[in-house]
Design a protein around this ligand. Structure first.
Ligand SMILES: [Zn+2]
Length: 483
């Protein structure tokens, strides 16, 4: 950031203080609900750790069993997660709120016995499954994720689900059978809300090299070529590298997930379930394959070892935030939607479709079907992400193709135009962008304080700086607390 920009940032913050607010408040109220067709049931499927580029790329490069199904779906091609790892992202799906609103998934700098303990969702935050349960839905969560299948629901993510089961060893392949057993016990007239969580794309590539080699040896030449065709730019520069092997196995897991979803849809169709069921498939975050391994700022906090650049939770770059969202709705024809949407949109949208009373106060999202004929407000919306698991805390904000990442401890920003620089390789600040995003980040930081009353989210230095210009008065820094 240039000195000019720093001056400008201070200047705009001071002006904001005087005027009260400089930019649109991020907590945009919901647009007027228009009753849409009311299907009875909901099947919500999280495919953990699936990048949008690999998921959609596989279907585009080679038609598979899911491709035809995609033609009948609302396919959101520019969906953004609210964080780069599981707990804060899922919290947003179930609550309809940013991570700052539901409070889950913040990892304090406290390392207890080698375990980094994440904060749970705030208990008072209403969740979609609770609302569905109250309205008489048969609710069940079948999950392979340790974050959602712990018996005591330590993160609060499955609050409201009556039935909770671990998915078996066969994962997505066996999921329909397991769900079908729950369906068989359900009273016929009772609608259902079932949640499935698959971990293939999270797990398969995180293993020893000989296991990767054994999996790769089973690929056909066509499969290998397909995976390479949709590889992120840094993943397979050296096809014999461990990085590329991990990517290849990851791509095979994403392919498996595509096939499993197609099988589920086919079996639901055979049982006439698709006539009155909305099926929503989404991923909670993506996965890095060396995409930003040369990023000095991330290296500074997570280390420069190449293995740090396979995984998630460490940055707010698009390889971790850009995720698929696909919706099969009995009353909607298929459509590709190229506008920015967020995971916070899912809960209230499906609640409206199913006539479930669930709309968070100050919902920051938009109904997904609004994007079939988007209003100007919906087109100009902002999608935030926060809650880093590993490294310096960061918040990202995206509006259209413009994006900024705020590194909170060092108080530095990067600015990108995703249209001209989709891989976020060159920060290109301009006075206009700095002004715009300063206001947006200030709004978000303020919503954190208002909702959580936990100043630990902001570094002391940042709190003091904001206090010196009139914000966050009365908020204690950790240094104050110790005194
Ligand atoms: Zn995850």
């Amino acid at each position: 950031m240039t000195i000019n920009h720093i001056r400008l940032r201070c200047g705009i913050l001071a002006v904001c203080m005087v005027l009260g607010a400089c930019s649109k408040d991020p907590q945009v109220s919901a647009e007027t609900p228009l009753p849409e067709a009311s299907p009875r049931n909901l099947l919500l499927i999280c495919i953990d750790t699936v990048r949008a580029d690999v998921f959609y790329g596989l279907g585009e490069a080679h038609k598979d069993s899911l491709s035809a199904w995609q033609d009948d779906a609302l396919v959101f091609e520019q969906a953004i997660s609210s964080s780069s790892w599981t707990v804060p992202a899922l919290g947003s799906v179930f609550s309809g709120l940013w991570q700052s609103g539901h409070g889950g998934g913040r990892l304090p700098d406290v390392n207890i016995g080698g375990l980094m303990l994440s904060t749970a969702l705030n208990e008072g935050v209403p969740l979609l499954a609770e609302a569905a349960e109250q309205e008489g839905f048969d609710t069940a969560a079948l999950s392979a994720s340790p974050w959602t299948n712990s018996p005591d629901d330590a993160m609060g993510l499955t609050r409201g689900f009556k039935e909770k089961q671990k998915l078996g060893r066969l994962g997505s392949r066996a999921a329909f059978g397991q769900m079908n057993e729950i369906l068989a016990q359900k009273p016929e007239d009772t609608p259902f809300f079932y949640y499935l969580h698959f971990m293939e794309a999270h797990d398969w590539h995180v293993t020893a090299e000989p296991v990767l080699d054994a999996r790769i040896a089973k690929f056909s030449p066509e499969e290998r070529a397909l995976f390479l065709q949709v590889a992120p730019p840094q993943a397979c520069k050296d096809e014999q590298s461990l990085l590329c092997k991990r990517y290849l196995v990851y791509a095979s897991a994403v392919k498996r997930l595509r096939e499993s979803i197609a099988v589920m849809l086919t079996r639901m169709e055979e049982k006439s379930l698709l006539e009155d069921t909305v099926v929503v498939v989404f991923s909670d975050h993506g996965e890095e394959f060396g995409d930003h391994a040369n990023d000095k700022r991330i290296q500074k906090t997570v280390g420069s070892s190449p293995k740090k650049f396979v995984g998630h939770g460490q940055s707010m770059y698009q390889e971790l935030l850009h995720v698929p969202i696909i919706v099969w709705h009995p009353k909607y024809d298929g459509a590709g939607i190229d506008e920015l949407v967020s995971l916070v949109d899912i809960g209230p949208t499906v609640a409206r479709w199913l006539d479930i009373e669930f709309l968070p106060a100050q919902w920051p999202g938009y109904y997904l079907d609004n994007y079939l004929q988007p209003s100007q407000k919906a087109l100009e919306r902002v999608a935030y992400a926060s809650g880093i698991a590993n490294g310096e805390q960061q918040i990202s904000a995206q509006q259209g193709t413009k994006k900024s990442i705020w590194y909170m401890v060092s108080d530095e920003n990067s600015y990108f135009d995703l249209a001209s620089d989709p891989y976020e390789s060159h920060s290109a600040p301009s006075d206009n962008l700095v002004l715009r995003f300063d206001g947006l980040f200030l709004d978000y930081a303020r919503s954190m304080q208002n909702k959580e009353r936990k100043p630990a989210l902001l570094p002391d230095e940042q709190i003091r700086r904001l206090q010196s210009i009139g914000y966050l008065q009365g908020v204690e820094t950790s240094a104050d607390t110790e005194n």
